[in-house]
Design a protein around this ligand. Structure first.
Ligand SMILES: *Cc1c(COP(=O)(O)O)cnc(C)c1O
Length: 221
């Protein structure tokens, strides 16, 4: 099937409240334009250099999401335009985003990434780190970031019970943070979870944002 058909099919099945981030990493601009021509304007990339190059080449009404691990020394390259940074996994990174947001006179939207998978290698905060950060005076003084929710990646496995349990855990983390830190903040509302292989499970567990690449654009090398 074509990119356009894949995209239309996935979108037709999505609940209204779930936002689709089309993950275009490694794919050429022509592929992104195929998706764009259907009216889709939300794309995700995981490498800073590629994200900047695509931003510069492609239509300016695209909403760009940085979904991968972000190094602090690269924040400055995306700060002028990025819509949402999914993978905030340290206070240091959040402070850097704030600093560069300030320089650009814009507020950068962020999601706190949590470690929910069994695998050791995945990046992310744990609840204690998140609490320490959110309790700190320093966090409260950040003026140029907007914490919009949480993000996580489940273990890469066929075992649906494991995957569902991990997504359920992220939803519980979100609910707890929402009630303890963000109860009066209406835009703390996003739970970014679910990829090509597991997004139906993620939606069942309360995802509000799925990040889907290969099911739209085909496999990557
Ligand atoms: C690549 C990637 C995705 C999309 O993966 P697919 O399996 O191709 O849908 C989602 N989230 C992150 C963080 C990724 O790096």
């Amino acid at each position: 099937m074509s990119i356009k058909e894949n995209l239309r099919k996935i979108k037709a099945q999505l609940p209204e409240a779930v936002k689709l981030v089309a993950v275009s990493k490694t794919k050429p601009n022509e592929d992104i334009m195929q998706a764009y021509e259907t009216g889709h304007t939300v794309f995700g990339e995981n490498k800073v250099q590629e994200l900047v190059a695509k931003y510069e080449a492609l239509p300016k009404d695209i909403e760009w999401h940085m979904i991968g691990h972000l190094q602090r020394n690269k924040v400055k390259f995306i700060a002028p335009f990025v819509y949402l940074v999914h993978g905030v996994d340290s206070f240091k990174l959040l402070k850097e985003l704030n600093k560069e947001g300030k320089k650009q006179d814009r507020i950068i939207n962020c999601l706190l990434q949590f470690h929910i998978a069994e695998e050791e290698t995945k990046f992310g905060l744990d609840m204690q780190e998140a609490r320490e950060m959110l309790d700190s005076q320093e966090y409260k003084e950040l003026t140029h970031i907007n914490t919009m929710g949480v993000m996580g990646m489940a273990t890469f496995t066929d075992n649906e019970q494991v995957v569902s349990r991990e997504f359920h855990h992220l939803k519980a983390i979100f609910d707890e943070l929402k009630s303890q830190y963000f109860s009066s903040k209406g835009d703390f509302k996003e739970i970014s979870m679910g990829m090509s292989g597991d997004y139906p499970l993620a939606i069942k567990e309360g995802s509000t944002m799925i990040r889907v690449g290969s099911s739209i654009f085909g496999g990557r090398n």
